[in-house]
Design a protein around this ligand. Sequence first.
Ligand SMILES: Nc1nc2c(ncn2[C@@H]2O[C@H](COP(=O)(O)OP(=O)(O)OP(=O)(O)O)[C@@H](O)[C@H]2O)c(=O)[nH]1
Ligand SMILES: [Mg+2]
Length: 446
Amino acid sequence: MSEDGNKIEKRLQNMRKFYEKTSDIIDNLPEAIPNKTRDMIKEAVLGDKDLKNLMDGIDSNRPPRLFLIGRTGVGKSSLINAICGAYVAKVSDTTSCTETAKIYKCESEGRVLMEVLDTRGIAETESLNSDMSAEDMLIDQINEFSPDVAIFMLNCTHRDDVISDVEFLKKVSKSYADINDMRLPVVVVVNKSDEMAPSRIKEPEQYPKNKVEKINEMVRFYKGIIVKNGLKIDDIIAVSSLIEWKTQDGDEIDVEEIDNLPQKDIDNLQIAFDGRYQIEKLLDILEEAIQDFEAQMGLRMAARLNEVVDRVANHLTKIFAAISATVALTPIPVSDIYILLILQAVLVALIASLSGRDISLDAAREFIFGMGGVAGLGFLFRTIAQQGSKFINIIWPGAGSAVSSGVAALGTASIGKAARAYYIEGHSMKEAKALFKKSQDERNSD
Ligand SMILES: Nc1nc2c(ncn2[C@@H]2O[C@H](COP(=O)(O)OP(=O)(O)OP(=O)(O)O)[C@@H](O)[C@H]2O)c(=O)[nH]1
Ligand SMILES: [Mg+2]
């Protein structure tokens, strides 16, 4: 398990190293590439804000500390899984465990993704414990935990009594502000949106209008009470944390049974049905609410780790397709096809770096020729550049004597997709080639 964790860490580090080297790599490209094009590549790759944020996050992040408050069964544990996109293991911290408040670390693939203080709220606390100081004890515990954000969870389908928790959160906020000299960010999450009628419709994209309206009405209802009672919140949002899980063998598993599975199966759980609604939007809200940069990055990494590599590969492909299009804006003569091939080779090398491999531009170029069924002969590359001719049609069908913007972009996008399939998803060369061809054909048939 921790080995996998290290592997991910290593891949991310590798990618970051490659990213940092991008500038040098571009400077060292063959002279045929005009300076203007070099600058364009640099600007597109290094100037991209999303990409830069991701890269920064790799190095400077810590697990965010979330303070969850909500009634039993409202879906606090499910929300953590929904945010992480994985079934996370809870590793209990022995320092602080009372009946109503638990602190634990959430781990996946050997990484601590976040730290959670999980409480059922003051109403349940009081019912369990008539001691008047229960509330103060809980507040002390919260301050000791020092959360980056508080998440107040409510149920979308029945109107809980929220006032006692609102009053409690006001006290927590006040004492947090006194101690930390800053406001405790509070985000209200109205969970189980999928259960709003018609509850049989669980696919978020298919929620009918009346369902969405009823969900929004519930949000307004809760917001009204919270605001009226004077609790300052950062935002309120309705979500569904619904995920159904299956084992690697494809067996669907009831959530209640998961903890009885062998650890190996738990580590390898996959999503059988994804009913998550507005979780991405919640993530944006949480990222905004959290003030500490490293915790913000930690949340981003926790939530998006599984998708990070894929997202970056997609992103790079888009960036390079756009550059190819710009390069070919004035249809480029066949002799300049060389520039496009180099651009694509850089893209392939970057994508390969995401898989943990360092490949040379030569190897990347061979991969590109492999897509066209051309043997990996180095001299062909130059021959193509010099002679144009029939080879061009293998890489950019219908290119003729010049490459248009659209054709260049498509060629690069298709190469990116194939490289992702081969280097990241571990498909065979043959499968990558089929994907490349399919991507090319889709456009040609438009
Ligand atoms: N349909 C639906 N079910 C959900 C959702 N979120 C959670 N559940 C289910 O609700 C039940 C309780 O969820 P948990 O995540 O365990 O709730 P909890 O708040 O952690 O509960 P405690 O740990 O007991 O305080 C489980 O059966 C979940 O599968 C949701 O958004 N939609
Ligand atoms: Mg729970």
